[in-house]
Design a protein around this ligand. Structure first.
Ligand code: PSU
Ligand code: MN
Length: 307
């Protein structure tokens, strides 16, 4: 048994890494479990296009027939998007079993970080990361994404945390685990659909170069773990806070009523919120992903320049 049986990096990504060209990793749970078909596929393909337009190489990650694959093809993106939630949502605890059984899996933030680190990709851009769920003091529902940020050396660009989570507890958890949380151009943790949460981040940085420097210093000092860059949704796409929070509360109530638990919780809430808001939250979600991907490209380039 050897690593190559369960892990593969596309030729394009391999070549870019060997030449110190900037690469940006992208996750696939957002495709299969985060958005409805066909918008999910359209968004994932647009994201790859934006990465290329910004002078970087995209590396969308998934488990394909038992192989952790860094740089899947457009056909594979279409396949995962069409299959939707029928694809396994693959977080850290699922990886070995899926690979052993030769199955497919959509990678979460945690597993996309794992694959990126294995390949040597430093920057990963997405929409939202998992966190400490509301009521976690009873349910203990804390995303494996946070634990991964504590141990795997990848920089994750997100739009902050949605208030399906307990944002205060999520920040506390990240602090305990020693994960730097950077606000990009803001002192406040953005709340995904909106630019403000009322909670402070650890540091505000205002340029890709400053962010890249913190990451490179962390790496040079051998400080283990990732880094979270929270990039607020552009003003023109941000949602009305009362409107979105009312719908989030309703989605959480329904989730409780139906007794939904574990890995189904986040996909259920995302879908419910999209339905309750008549698709307006989906449009905001798509735009904030594009915005994060552009920032991810600029940071990835700055990291390459620092090498
Ligand atoms: N938040 C979003 N969109 C998503 C996810 C979270 O706004 O698609 C996905 C990501 O893949 C993330 C995962 O890693 O949900 C977290 O799931 P859980 O809460 O079960 O750890
Ligand atoms: Mn969970």
């Amino acid at each position: 048994m050897k690593l190559e049986d369960f892990f593969s990096v596309s030729e394009e990504v391999k070549a870019a890494l060997a030449a110190n060209k900037p690469v940006v990793a992208l996750e696939s749970t957002i495709i299969s479990h985060g958005m409805p078909y066909p918008k999910n596929v359209e968004t994932a393909l647009n994201v790859e296009k934006i990465v290329r337009e910004n002078g970087c190489v995209p590396a969308t990650v998934a488990v394909i027939k038992g192989k952790i694959t860094v740089g899947i093809s457009p056909d594979e993106i279409e396949y995962l998007g069409k299959k939707g939630t029928a694809v396994h949502k693959a977080s850290r605890r699922d990886l070995a079993a899926l690979c052993a059984k030769g199955e497919d899996g959509a990678t979460t933030v945690a597993t996309t970080m794992i694959a990126a680190a294995m390949a040597g990709v430093k920057v990963f851009a997405t929409g939202g990361v998992g966190g400490v769920h509301r009521g976690a003091e009873v349910t203990m529902d804390i995303s494996a994404d946070l634990e991964e940020l504590a141990m795997t050396n990848v920089l994750v660009v997100c739009a902050g945390c949605k208030s399906i989570l307990d944002l205060g507890l999520t920040l506390e958890y990240l602090e305990t685990k020693g994960v730097p949380v950077i606000g990009y151009g803001t002192e406040e943790l953005p709340a995904f659909y909106t630019r403000k949460s009322g909670l402070k981040v650890d540091y505000e940085l205002d340029t890709p170069e400053e962010v890249a420097k913190v990451f490179c210093v962390k790496e040079t000092c051998g400080l283990k773990g990732g880094m979270l860059v929270a990039n607020p949704i552009p003003e023109e796409y941000s949602m009305d806070a009362d409107f979105i929070n009312k719908n989030i509360d309703e989605a959480i109530e329904e989730c409780k009523r139906l007794g939904i638990k574990g890995k189904e919780t986040t996909p259920f809430l995302l879908d419910k919120i999209q339905k309750l808001t008549g698709g307006s939250s989906l449009e905001a979600n798509i735009q904030l992903v594009y915005n994060n991907v552009r920032l991810g490209c600029a940071i990835s380039k700055a990291i390459c320049d620092m090498k």
